[in-house]
Write a protein that binds this ligand. Sequence first.
Ligand code: ZN
Length: 206
Amino acid sequence: MVSPAESCHSGTTEPKGSVLNVPVLLLNRSFAPVSVTSVRRAMVLLFAGVALALEERGDSHDFSRWRNLPVRESDDKLPVCGGALRIPRVLHLLRYDRAPRFGVRLTRRNLLLRDGYRCQYCGDEPGIRELNVDHVLPRARGGRDAWDNLVISCRDCNLKKGKRTPEEAGMRLARSPVKPGWSTAAHIALTTRMPFSEWQPFLGAS
Ligand SMILES: [Zn+2]
């Protein structure tokens, strides 16, 4: 058996930024988002029968049915022998039971998203340039770079707090910093990656 992408050799090499790298959302058996993969891997999963491709309306298709769906204007497509194959946006993994694990990298940008671009001490929203990342337990005193020790803070609060803990400085955090759960993580993924309307029902985005 050959995979759909390899079934027809045109002799051309794969272009950069190829459609094979477009993101596809993966859902576990109970339709919770588990990760984002590439079209390349998604097509392998679909072709191997371990996943079904979902349409916007919720209809699911195995590869043999999916390959017969027409390619519409809004679709990305993969050239195959004798035509084109519609790129699925969402795959349903039939035998994957594990709970959602949407990883979010610990970056300044993702901290800003988690904290809503708001100083976690005074609630100000002075704009990205005026916001710092604050170590709740200062680094000089063993505070780690971790989701539960980093918060967004305005410059004034950052200066005022200095090398003290919030308690020592008489400052209060709006909320305890935590690692984003999967829904927040999915929201972050949505705002930082190419969003598709087809993902929205599964990510709870409005
Ligand atoms: Zn502040």
